[in-house]
Design a protein around this ligand. Structure first.
Ligand code: NAP
Length: 333
């Protein structure tokens, strides 16, 4: 996509009234964009799927094209705050976490070039440059790149998100609806500290209005173990599926087989290892008020009615993915 002229001229030192969000038609970016619009901001999105935009979008749509650094900077021209959700969940075909680190660096560089005044960046709990998990190592490198950019920033670190058109919790519910057995890796006693996606969005806006640099865990009030969480989902949707404990080492293989049948990647070996090693938990103060237990009770009737396919959402050519995303939204209503 060719860079287009900005819709709002940059007033350096002042607030242009325009903010940019990556992925306003995907998951967390959608909630952040909505919260920004509701607060009276003008919103531009950078997305790999401009075709997912509604017919008369309230949002200015630009391409998230990392191969075009000049276009990327032009797309950020006039932007006051960049809300960055860009990342890749797992390596697939020619996309991996190392590429996502390089792309994130290019995005931050473009933001600095464009005179963006603040970056609110969504990361992950427990990023570590020494991690053996490429996701967590990559996230640490991205946080470092952000700090080196020189643009004031706020980092928000969620463990797992729920609400809206999420993948993980939705697909656990989908499996519990469709399978007589549900496999739990090991004892399943690792804790999950999830935050509602709209609480994350509110937190992003709060951090967008602050000055100076900060790093905050974005976490809800509850810390169920994985087994407790699956039981909560099971009760909420009225599933009669039986939970079966399997050795942790076999869970990724089982998940791979089910993934092959569904044409998706259900849960990677690294994602399981991360959960089992308590990386989806945090002892930080609560920053999002929504209780997952309560939310599940209120949303059980619709949760997991449709399978959310990560490969179709993010790894297929934009045209096919656009259809998949709208199918998901339509059928979820
Ligand atoms: N979802 C969770 O449970 C969770 C938990 C902890 C941390 N986080 C973090 O929260 C942030 C946002 O996550 P999210 O689930 O809300 O993500 P998302 O909306 O699915 O995607 C966020 C952005 O990344 C782009 N993207 C995703 N996968 C891609 C791929 N394979 N190739 C190219 N671009 C890709 C999307 O592009 P399009 O605009 O083209 O869709 C979108 O702009 C990420 O940094 C993630 O690490 C998420």
């Amino acid at each position: 996509m060719n860079p287009q002229p900005s819709i709002v001229p940059l007033r350096r030192g002042g607030d242009s009234g325009l903010d940019a969000v990556t992925g306003a038609f995907s998951y967390s970016g959608r909630s952040i964009a909505q919260a920004l619009l509701e607060s009276g901001r003008t919103v531009r999105t950078l997305t790999g799927h401009p075709g997912r935009a509604p017919e008369s979008p309230a949002i200015d749509v630009r391409s998230l094209d990392f191969d075009d650094p000049i276009g990327l900077a032009a797309s950020l021209d006039g932007v006051n705050t960049l809300y960055n959700t860009y990342w890749v969940r797992f390596a697939h075909k020619n996309v991996d976490h190392q590429l996502a680190v390089e792309n994130s660096r290019a995005l931050f560089h473009a933001a600095r070039q464009a005179g963006v005044q603040r970056i609110v960046h969504v990361s992950i709990t427990h990023p570590s440059a020494n991690s053996s998990l490429p996701y967590f190592r990559g996230k640490a490198l991205v946080e470092r790149a952000l700090a080196e950019t020189g643009v004031p920033y706020a980092v928000l670190r969620p463990a797992i998100l729920f609400g809206g058109n999420d993948v993980l919790i939705n697909n656990i519910a989908w499996l519990l609806r469709h399978s007589p057995l549900f496999a739990i890796g090991g004892r399943g006693d690792y804790r999950i500290r999830a935050i509602h996606v709209e609480d994350l969005a509110r937190l992003c806006l709060e951090k967008g209005s602050e000055s100076g640099n900060s790093v905050t865990d974005a976490v809800g009030p509850e810390q169920p173990t994985f087994v407790e969480l699956v039981n909560m989902i099971k009760d909420a949707i009225g599933s009669r599926s039986r939970l079966v404990h399997v050795p942790g080492s076999t869970l990724p293989t089982l998940s791979r087989i089910v993934g092959l049948v569904l044409g998706d990647v259900l849960l990677t070996r690294d994602e399981y290892r991360a959960m089992a090693n308590a990386l989806a938990d945090s002892d930080a103060p609560t920053t999002g008020p929504t209780r997952i237990s309560q939310w599940l009770v209120e949303n059980g009737s619709t949760l997991g009615r449709n399978y959310a396919n990560e490969i179709k959402r993010h790894f297929e050519p934009a045209g096919r993915a656009a259809r998949s995303a709208s199918e998901f939204v339509e059928s979820a209503r």
